[in-house]
Design a protein around this ligand. Structure first.
Ligand code: DAH
Length: 406
């Protein structure tokens, strides 16, 4: 039977999608207009300009023509200049650098621009043309062939073509989504990638095992892993991969992620990790990794053995690789105890100044109102007491006054 909740959500998102397509030119026209007045988007960078006719957009020195697919809005484009993952004392960047330090021999790529082709975001990763992840209702398209990346996997081929055999890619990614405390149309992901020679499978196994041995060897004792995943026809080893090479690469991937999670959750004495079978068009076999945190299983990351077609496209026909990808906000919300994803975009010093040391520690909640301190002095009569004064304040200003101090 068709699930009525899903049916309703689909109907709503279609309606939204149509609205956006109609509104596109209007919102770009708004941007042209507002350029000559006060900017409504305080964080808009200088690199985004729309031409006078509203038929093209200039982003980061490139001109993109708009068409019936264009649904990106000025407010979203403005986010492309923020680069939260590169602000050293921002929680997103702190998590990024902890992971980069952990994978110290991996080459980090943190500066790939978020405007990518649909080929990079989908086709290069073997995502079928009719796959729902391509929906206009879920993505920010600049035009039919250009978009804001929906995941950092869009840069896997670029990473491979750089010549590095192990690398990390972090950046802002964009998805149209619902509005609540755990969803935001922009968030950050980190991609990890490592490949090995597979021309002589026994050598692959030796290389992999040697690499596992030099990674913190005590990790396995301090983590409880639940792994009843099975390699079968639904989640197979690729036909181009000798099983003697694929198995050690799989073990290496799981070991690398277990040890990364052990490092991140070092305060959790009894860390439990679960491996779950998954499907991604660009990996096989594929898994998701979950972590038990404060009594709940938290889906942390997707991963798998990279589709050999991707390796071949980079000219690496005799190499076998693994990859993983995960969201930095989800990790940061858990590790810093940050209750609302929108806080990451705050420019309030009461948020930003908490993280100046570059360490992971618990977030101290603060008022949702801007700070407004009023010092007052007055003559006191005989009858005065503090509660009388508070009664006056309450009558005048109501609950908006959070604190009265003597
Ligand atoms: N790109 C995927 C996403 O955004 C996550 C992912 C899954 C990345 C598997 C990978 C991977 O590199 O191998 O949902």
């Amino acid at each position: 039977m068709r699930n009525p909740v899903v049916a309703r959500r689909l109907a709503i998102s279609h309606a939204c999608c149509r609205l956006h397509r109609i509104n596109t030119t209007r919102s770009y026209a708004g941007l042209i207009h507002s350029n000559s007045h006060d900017a409504p988007h305080a964080d808009r960078g200088p690199s985004i300009v729309v031409d006078k006719q509203g038929s093209a957009v200039h982003i980061n020195g490139q001109i993109y023509s708009l068409d019936s697919w264009s649904n990106v809005t000025p407010g979203i484009l403005a986010k492309t200049t923020r680069k939260l993952h590169l602000h050293p004392s921002h929680p997103i960047s702190i998590i990024r650098s902890h992971i980069e330090n952990h994978f110290a021999t991996f080459k980090p790529f943190n500066n790939y621009h978020p405007v990518v082709t649909t080929r990079q975001n989908f086709d290069d990763l073997y995502i079928p043309v009719d796959h729902p992840s391509r929906n206009i209702s879920d993505n920010y398209y600049i035009n039919q062939t250009t978009m804001l990346r929906a995941h950092t996997s869009a840069h896997q081929l670029q990473g491979l073509r750089s010549g590095a055999s192990k690398f990390l890619i972090s950046g802002d990614v964009y998805r149209r989504d619902e509005i609540d405390a755990s969803h935001y149309p922009v968030f950050h992901q980190m991609e990890g990638f490592q490949y090995f020679d597979m021309s002589v499978p026994s050598i692959t196994a030796d290389q992999v095992n040697a690499d596992i041995a030099i990674q913190t060897p005590t990790i396995a004792n301090k983590i409880h892993t639940f792994d009843d995943t099975v390699i079968n026809v639904r989640n197979p080893i690729q036909s181009s991969h000798p099983i003697e090479a694929a198995m050690p690469v799989i073990a290496h991937l799981k070991h690398s992620l277990n040890s990364m999670v052990r490092m991140l959750f070092h305060d959790e004495p009894d860390l439990q990790v679960k491996w779950v079978d998954a499907y991604f068009p660009f990996t096989s076999p594929s898994w998701e990794m979950e972590v038990l945190y404060q009594g709940k299983w938290l889906e942390l990351c997707g991963c798998g053995v990279v589709h050999q077609g991707i390796m071949n496209a980079a000219g690496l026909t005799d190499k076998i690789g693994w990859a993983f990808g995960f969201g930095l906000e989800r990790l940061a919300m858990v590790l810093f105890d940050i209750p609302d994803i929108r806080l990451f975009w705050s420019q309030d010093p009461r948020f930003l100044d908490q993280f100046a040391g570059g360490k992971i520690f618990k977030f101290q909640p603060f008022s949702k109102y801007p700070p407004c301190i009023k010092d007052m002095s007055f003559w006191l009569g005989e009858e005065w007491n503090e509660n009388n004064f508070c009664s006056v304040v309450r009558e005048v200003a109501g609950d908006i006054v959070e604190d009265v101090k003597k």
